[in-house]
Design a protein around this ligand. Sequence first.
Ligand code: HEM
Length: 217
Amino acid sequence: MALTHAATPSTLRLLRFDRVQRAAHWANAALFGVLMATAIPLYFGTLFGIVLQRHVIEMIHLWCGVALPVPIIVSLLGPWGHQMRHDLRRVNYWTRDEIRWLLSMGKTPLQADKFNPGQKLNTIFIGASIVVLLATGSMLQWFRFFPVPWRTGATFVHDVFAWVVFVVVGGHIVMALTHRDSLKSIFTGWISVTWARAHATHWFKEKSTESDTARSE
Ligand code: HEM
């Protein structure tokens, strides 16, 4: 593992997101943004023609939807995806303390990992919603291949997930805007050691051990 500490005049910092992760995050965010913006006229059916015709909006929505898994898949495959795969394993690994912390809404003590349980849950939901929206959206588009009850079910599930996506993405944006250090790290990749020690203690200790090991090698 590469030593990721880099000294600046006044502070030490850690690499939180590499380039591949940042690119995947922003490509995914852009696709979600377009999908959510086009979903509004598709759902309410009243805003067509104001900016674009219905067919154009449908096509933008459809093809952004089909492209949705691409940034995640590309960022996970190949040698460039090492950090992404490593972080995905972190998101899937839950300790008893993390579950307790989540159930108590953050009131029980926790030495958080690189991502806290709320961030892990957000990532899992976004991943699941990509799969569900892609499957149900494909059924809405290529409906001839599916029986009527499946199509009705697909419309219902697509709509329910769409509503939850609006709530979760809205919450994610509020959290990002109110946690400036975290927000900066998804632009630059770096986070201060002071932040890591306070908010991701377990990860900080892990990185410290790594650099100690690297120094002694
Ligand atoms: C952020 C993700 C997404 C959101 C918020 C979203 C939301 C919506 C909403 C609200 C509708 C209108 C449903 C209705 O009229 O009851 C819709 C329609 C549709 N969505 Fe999505 N969707 C998303 C992702 C996807 C994906 C991944 C696909 C992939 C194929 C897709 C394909 C479609 C299709 C084909 C329609 C029907 C358009 C029409 O002809 O009216 N959507 N979506």
